[in-house]
Design a binder for this molecule. Structure first.
Ligand code: ME8
Length: 637
C-alpha cells in the first residue's frame, strides 16, 4: 500500500485564523481525502508555530504571559479545523516537549558535524520577519515585506553553513522537476540559487529573546524560529525511529503559500541534508487570496472569517468555491458575490439539478429502484468513455494538487450527463413505451451519479456522503480506488432503493451587508433605466485570450472563425463579426478579451463558444485588448 503525507505550514499564533489559513488547510484536507480514495495510507499534519519575537510581542499586547497566550490562540486554530470539515491526523505545537527534544537533537547533530559555527555578524534585523537582511536585500532601506525600517544589529551568533549545500541543492532541484511546483516557483528558487547563498544565522541571544528553544551546545542562546518551526514536519512523525516516520516521510508533501517559499525551498532541504535526513518529496506553492485586489491583512481590515462564510453559505459550498476558484500558483480573488454565482451555477444548477431530475425520474419510471441496463448504443458508449476519461484526468490533476483544473474537468462530465439526459429524453421513451432503452439510460445516468459522488467527496465531504446515501450506497473511503474507477465503469446494483428526492444545493442569495442594503435603497429612489446590478456583471466570465488561428466563414463576408487560447489548456472556437474590419492573418496571434461563459450558439453551422469584445468606432470595429502582453486566461473585472 502506498503512503501519502501532507502538511500545512504551522501557523503563527500572533493572530486568529483567517481565510488564507483555512485555504491551505482545506487544500491539504482535500488532497488527503483524495489519496484515501486511491486506497493509500495517509497522514495529514497541521499545527501552530509558537516561539519567537512576534509571539512575545502579541502576548504582551494582550497583557498575557507567552505560554497562556499561545495556549489560547493555538486552541482557536485547533478548534476551527473540525468546523471546516478538516480531518487532520495530528496537530503539532512547537511548544510540545517532544518537538523541543527533536529540535535540540538535530541542532546537536549538525553542530557535531561541523556545519554550525560561532561568529560575529552585523545586519539589518526586521522584527516582523524575525530575520536579518543585507543592505542589498532592502528596498529603499526598508524591509521588502513589512516596508518598515529594520534595526542594524551587530552581535555574536551561531550560523548554519547553508552555503556549503548551494550546489548540491541546485543539482537536486534540476534533477527532480517535481520537487518544487508549480514551475514558476521552481524557477524563482533556481534564480535565488544563482546568487551566492549566505550562511543562516540560527540563534538569538537570550539577552534579546528568551521565548524559544535553547541551543543544546550554548545555553546563552535560543534557536531562530525558522530552524525550530521547519523541524515540526519530522518531529510530529517521531523522527528518527518511529514507525510513522518510516512509513510517511518518504512521501512527504508540503503545502505553503508563496510568502514562505525560501524557508521551505532553501533552508529546509539544506537543513535536512546536513542532518542526514532524506529530503521531502514535494513542495507545492500556492498564491494569495486577495480581497479587492489587495492581500488580506489584519491592518487593512479586509480579513475574511472562514467560520462566518461557512455559516452563511454552508461548508460544502465554501470549500467548493475555494478549491474551484484558485488555480494552483496563481492569486485568487475572494468575494461573496463570486461565491454565490459559482454556487448557483455549478452546484445548484449543474450538479444539484442532475441529482434532482435523475432521482425524480427513477421514482416516476422505476418505483425509485435502480433498473437493469440493456445493451449500450454508440451514444451510451460515448458518455461512458467520457466518464472514464474524466476520472483519469481528474485523478491526474488532483495528484498534482491542481484541484481547480480537476473540478473544471469533472464539471464538463456533469454537464455532459445533463446533456445526455436531454438527448436521450427519458420522458419520450416512457411515452413510447420503450422501457428497455429507458432502463439502460437510467442505469447509466445513476452510475454517472455514483462516480460524481465519489469525485466530489474530497472537496465536499457532507454532500458526497449524502449523494452516496441517496444512491443507496454504503460509502467507505477505504474500499474505493479512483484509479480503478478510471478504467472500469461500475453500475449500481439493480434493485437498489434510491432516495425519493435530492435537494442537495438550494439556490443561494447573496446576503447583503447593512451598508450595502442602505446604499441600494438610496439608489432605488432615483432609478436609472436598465441598470445592471453588480451580481449581473459578476455572472460574466471575462478573460483574456490569444488568437491561435483565424479563417473566414464560408458564405458570409462578415464572420471570422477564431480558435482562441484561454489558458489552462482551454481552447475555444469563437465566431466573430470581424471579417469586414480584419483580415484573418491580421488577427492571428493577437490578444483579445473574451466573454467566456456565454451560452454557446450555432452560427452558420459552427458552434461559437464565447464572444470577442470590440470597440465600435466611426471607422469600424477595433478589437479590445490589454495594454500589455498578459497570459491567456487572465481574469478581467
Ligand atoms: O508563515 N492567501 O505562519 P503564518 C493564501 N509560522 N494563503 C495565506 C494567506 C493569503 N492571503 N495568508 C496566509 C508562517 N496564508 C510560519 C510558517 S511553517 C514551518 C512556518 C497561509 O501564520 C499560507 O499557507 O504567517 C501561508 O503560507 C501561511 O498561511 C502563513 O502562515
Amino acid at each position: 500500500m502506498n503512503s501519502f503525507y501532507v502538511t500545512t505550514p504551522i501557523y503563527y499564533v500572533n493572530a486568529l485564523p483567517h481565510l488564507g489559513h483555512a485555504y491551505t488547510t482545506i487544500l491539504a484536507d482535500c488532497a488527503n481525502r483524495f489519496h484515501r480514495l486511491l486506497n493509500e495510507k495517509t497522514y495529514f499534519l497541521t499545527g501552530t508555530d509558537e516561539h519567537g519575537d512576534k509571539i512575545v510581542q502579541a502576548a504582551e499586547k494582550n497583557g498575557e504571559d507567552p505560554k497562556s497566550y499561545v495556549d489560547k490562540i493555538s486552541a482557536r486554530f485547533q478548534g476551527l479545523w473540525p468546523e471546516l470539515g478538516v480531518e487532520n491526523n495530528a496537530f503539532i505545537r512547537t511548544t510540545f516537549p517532544s518537538h523541543k527534544r527533536c529540535v535540540q537533537r538535530i541542532l546537536q547533530d549538525v553542530f557535531d558535524k561541523g556545519d554550525i559555527y560561532f561568529g560575529e555578524y552585523g545586519g539589518y534585523y526586521c522584527y516582523g520577519c524575525e530575520c536579518f537582511y543585507t543592505e542589498k536585500e532592502l528596498e529603499n532601506g526598508l524591509c521588502p515585506d513589512h516596508l518598515e525600517k529594520p534595526t542594524y544589529i551587530k552581535e555574536e551568533n551561531y550560523f548554519f553553513r547553508m552555503s556549503k549545500y548551494q550546489d548540491w541543492l541546485k543539482e537536486h532541484i534540476l534533477s527532480h522537476p517535481d520537487f518544487i511546483q508549480p514551475r514558476q516557483y521552481r524557477a524563482e528558487v533556481l534564480a535565488m540559487l544563482r546568487e551566492p547563498l549566505d550562511d543562516l544565522c540560527i540563534s538569538r541571544p537570550k539577552t534579546r529573546l528568551t521565548w524559544g528553544i535553547e541551543l543544546p551546545f550554548d545555553q546563552r542562546f535560543v534557536t531562530y524560529v525558522w530552524f525550530d518551526a521547519l523541524i515540526n514536519y519530522v518531529s510530529a512523525l517521531g523522527w528518527p525511529d518511529h514507525e510513522l516516520f518510516r512509513t510517511f516521510w518518504p512521501n512527504a508533501h508540503h503545502l505553503v503559500a508563496k510568502d514562505i517559499l525560501k524557508p521551505h525551498a532553501v533552508f529546509w532541504p539544506t537543513m535536512l541534508k546536513a542532518a542526514g535526513i532524506e529530503l521531502y518529496k514535494g513542495l507545492r506553492v500556492h498564491g494569495y487570496w486577495k480581497v479587492d485586489e489587495t492581500k488580506m491583512s489584519k491592518s487593512l481590515g479586509n480579513v475574511v472569517d472562514p467560520l462566518e462564510m461557512r455559516k452563511k453559505y454552508g461548508l460544502d459550498g465554501f470549500r467548493y468555491f475555494l478549491m474551484r476558484e484558485m488555480q494552483l500558483g496563481h492569486d485568487g480573488s475572494f468575494s461573496e458575490q463570486a461565491l454565490v454565482s459559482r454556487f448557483n451555477a455549478d452546484l445548484a444548477n449543474d450538479l444539484g439539478n442532475l441529482f434532482n431530475r435523475s432521482l425524480s425520474m427513477a421514482r416516476k419510471y422505476f418505483q425509485g429502484k435502480v433498473p437493469q441496463s440493456g445493451a449500450w448504443t454508440a451514444e451510451d458508449r460515448e458518455i461512458v468513455d467520457r466518464g472514464l476519461r474524466t476520472m483519469h484526468d481528474y485523478v491526474q490533476c488532483f495528484q498534482d494538487f491542481r484541484m481547480a483544473r480537476g473540478l473544471e474537468t469533472f464539471w464538463e462530465f456533469i454537464r455532459g450527463l445533463n446533456k445526455y439526459i436531454d438527448l436521450s429524453a427519458p420522458w419520450k421513451l416512457r411515452k413510447e413505451g420503450d422501457m428497455d432503452r429507458l432502463a439502460t439510460v437510467m442505469a447509466l445516468v445513476l452510475a454517472g451519479l455514483r462516480r460524481t459522488a465519489l469525485a466530489v467527496w474530497p472537496i465536499m465531504p457532507d454532500a458526497g456522503q449524502k449523494m452516496c446515501a441517496q444512491l443507496g450506497l454504503d460509502f467507505r473511503p477505504e474500499e474505493i480506488d479512483l484509479i480503478e474507477e478510471a478504467g472500469n465503469w461500475r453500475q449500481l446494483q439493480p434493485g437498489t432503493a434510491l432516495a425519493e428526492r435530492s435537494n442537495l444545493f438550494p439556490r443561494q442569495e447573496f446576503i447583503l451587508e447593512q451598508e450595502q442594503i442602505t446604499e441600494s435603497k438610496s439608489r432605488e429612489q432615483e432609478p436609472e433605466p436598465a441598470e445592471a446590478g453588480y451580481e449581473d456583471f459578476q455572472k460574466l466570465q471575462l478573460l483574456t485570450g490569444k488568437v491561435l488561428a483565424a479563417e473566414k466563414v464560408k458564405g458570409t463576408d462578415k464572420l471570422l472563425k477564431l480558435e482562441v487560447d484561454l489558458g489552462e489548456e482551454r481552447k475555444r472556437t469563437i465566431v466573430a463579426g470581424l471579417a469586414k474590419d480584419y483580415a484573418p492573418q491580421e488577427i492571428q496571434g493577437r490578444q483579445v478579451t473574451v466573454v467566456a461563459n456565454l451560452k454557446p450558439r450555432k452560427l452558420r453551422g459552427i458552434l461559437s463558444q464565447g464572444m470577442v469584445l470590440t470597440v465600435h468606432t466611426p471607422s469600424g470595429l477595433t478589437i479590445l485588448s490589454p495594454e500589455q502582453d498578459v497570459p491567456p486566461g487572465s481574469r478581467i473585472s
